[in-house]
Design a protein around this ligand. Structure first.
Ligand code: MN
Length: 275
């Protein structure tokens, strides 16, 4: 088989390599996988993750997910500017952390890619980033009611989720988009060591130590927001998870992401076939 460079991995070489890997390797690369094999796995999971977050209603025509390169941790992979539900392996581009595409081949970039690069720079532990306009979180970004962990599955929120106010970093006359390094860095700073940052009047950004964990965080942030809004409508006092409960649950759930991933994957594939 011909040698796969990172630039050719997205073309026919990728398909040959991936089909070979898919039959030989489990979904999680075996110990001893080369960084090139690990990146092929990450790209395959990235394509699937695009379909899952679309199928689960976290993203629509907008929003994006990226993954850090295993071969070169100062690079990351993300689709060209395209609706997540339609993303295929040929759409995946590689960028350095200054957001220069390695081999653009005429493909357009997401305007808000700075979200991804600046979080990868600030957080060496982060392997995957999702930015979405996740609808249920919007009210918590524009009101003074903080988003907090209300259910077992939202434990990773730990405590009150920070809200990024773009006027503080970019003034009163932006188009709300994270379209520069400076805005990306300000957003990463607001995220801090957390898992989720809300963006006032815009959406949110979530991180994970793997693609599957980031997808889990994105889906359950949306669900937690819906449940909290329901509890607020009931009136009365709401009891949230305390930090110890949330921390213990978050740690436990992060180990179980393969279980929901399998069903989300099956649902996304079956819905794609019905279209
Ligand atoms: Mn956006």
């Amino acid at each position: 088989m011909k040698k796969c460079s990172l630039t050719s991995v997205l073309s026919s070489c990728f398909i040959v390599a991936f089909l070979g890997l898919a039959t030989l390797m489990p979904a999680v690369p075996a110990k001893g996988a080369t960084p090139e094999q690990e990146d092929a796995e990450r790209i395959a999971d990235l394509v699937l993750a695009n379909h899952i977050i679309a199928d689960q209603g976290v993203v629509d025509g907008f929003g994006h997910i990226s993954v850090r390169s295993a071969k070169n941790p100062n690079h990351y992979f993300i689709s060209r500017s395209r609706a997540p539900a339609l993303v295929s392996a040929d759409d995946i581009m590689e960028y350095d952390l200054d957001d220069h595409p390695i081999d653009a081949r005429g493909r357009a970039s997401y305007l808000e890619r700075f979200i991804h690069s600046e979080i990868y720079k600030a957080r060496p532990d982060v392997q995957s980033v999702i930015h979405s306009h996740s609808p249920a979180v919007i009210p918590f970004g524009v009101s003074d009611v903080p988003l907090r962990p209300i259910s077992h599955m939202g434990g990773f929120l730990i405590r009150q989720v920070p809200v990024f106010e773009i006027r503080e970093a970019g003034g009163n006359e932006t188009d709300m988009l994270i379209r520069s390094k400076a805005l990306g860095a300000a957003l990463a700073k607001k995220l801090g060591n957390g898992t989720v940052v809300l963006m006032r009047g815009h959406g949110n950004t979530v991180i994970g130590q793997s693609i599957k964990t980031a997808v889990f965080h994105a889906i359950y942030t949306e669900l937690n927001a819906r449940l909290q809004a329901e509890a607020l409508r009931l009136g009365g006092k709401i009891t949230f998870l305390n930090e110890v409960e949330a921390g213990k649950i978050g740690e436990q759930n992060d180990k179980l992401v393969d279980r929901p991933w399998e069903i989300w994957k099956n649902q996304a594939l079956s819905h794609a076939q019905q279209r």
